[in-house]
Design a protein around this ligand. Sequence first.
Ligand SMILES: Cc1ncc(C[n+]2csc(CCOP(=O)(O)OP(=O)(O)O)c2C)c(N)n1
Ligand SMILES: [Mg+2]
Length: 483
Amino acid sequence: MAAYLLKSKNLINHLKPRIGLFGSIVSDCSLSSCLTHYQKSKFDPNLRNPDEISRIKSTLFVPRRFESVRAEKQLSSHDVDDDEKENSQVLEFPIGKVTFSPEMKFEAESSEQCVPCYRILDDNGQPIAHSNFIELSEDVAVKMYINMLTLQIMDTTFYEAQRQGRISFYVTSTGEEAITVASAAALRIDDVIFPQYREPGVLLWRGFTLQQFTNQLFGNKDDYGKGRQMPVHIGTNKLNYFTVASTIATQIPHAVGAAYSLRMDKKNACAVTYFGDGGTSEGDFHAALNFAAVTESPVIFICRNNGWAISTPVSDQFRSDGVVVKGRAYGVRSIRVDGNDALAIYNAVSAARKMAIEEHKPVLLEALTYRVGHHTTSDDSTKYRPADEIEFWRTKRDPITRFRKWVQQNRWWSDEAESELRNNIRKQIVQAIQNAERLEKPSVTELFTDVYDALPLNLREQESSLRETVRRHPQDYPPDVPV
Ligand SMILES: Cc1ncc(C[n+]2csc(CCOP(=O)(O)OP(=O)(O)O)c2C)c(N)n1
Ligand SMILES: [Mg+2]
């Protein structure tokens, strides 16, 4: 990939100022030197228990620092040498021991080097030197691959269905399939998901069927949301998947609250929330990280940093080294991962889940990726970004192709299996669309149910006013909605 980029000077010049943090992906050398070896670290046998923590907490001004048993020790500008330590007085402050310094030194706004990006598979699907990862079973790896490919075919077919006017709206996950599918594979069904809108891969992994996806898109009477949500705004309590929140970032504090409750109930589960880089520009993200840190809640924050929030590039959203560095500011452990490497995502989320549940540590994971599709079917992204940038990520950095190479090297997949699966999935989706179109819509009565136990007067009035309006102007309302 580096060679490709060197050939394409124009592209580099374009990418650098706009998506500067992707610089770390450009050089393979920086990537191979940054592997974390969390598996080598031993688990702390004297894990703090919650009772012990609350005892300590009652002494407000006792400084306490939680030593990480898993995170690598980090060198920082705060590390002072022994002489300095001896000479300086120390301020015992609730946050810890603070040394004094005669030097007036402002903390730099950024470090010289970007935080490295954890990766296992190179662009060619080969494990990079010294990579240390959990061996995936054939079953899990193949299921991951099948889900990623299914998601890709769903996206193509449903996108076309929207263009044909059969559904009103659609959101693709193109280019980001590895993040959702591989993270879901590393979680357990009891882990509660708080999604944004580009994470149907998690639902696929959890067994949401193609027919269920399609019913939701068509808002028919078999849609769990009873036609009340926009297409793609799925929710199902059967799969511990909260309804999609497209009011950006609102799901992030919800996840922390849920995680806190899981911890109080001593559940062997965590909350997991997904959001985009755009979500980190909202106050909810910051409040949530802080709240998670102080409550020591088992929550994993998964940020899909895909370079764009609709037409706003990340360079117009923040000047920090991406999102990963924000974890440290709030006392949240964090890692940057190559979002187009399914194996790296799987490994990082597996480790994060252990930390969250066993150590009561919230974890922030920044997955570097790229939104290859338009923002939604209401967008044309070629109006604000160059076509060759999109093409580069689509052809050179596709996460599905990369993972397929690895699965096929292991002799777990073949060209025949590939074409059989592609045909099969396409047929199933076309059939699901035909079924969904035939089913009638939910009744308008459903618009008013499921919020109040007994319908209050103002809603009863609205309901009868709606019926009356439909009766008087039938031409303005869809004929297939029972009134
Ligand atoms: C509170 C709020 N503000 C603005 C919007 C409009 N909006 C919808 S999606 C979006 C961009 C989100 O970008 P990002 O979080 O990076 O997710 P991505 O679409 O890239 O996956 C915006 C601004 C919204 N839905 N909610
Ligand atoms: Mg984004």
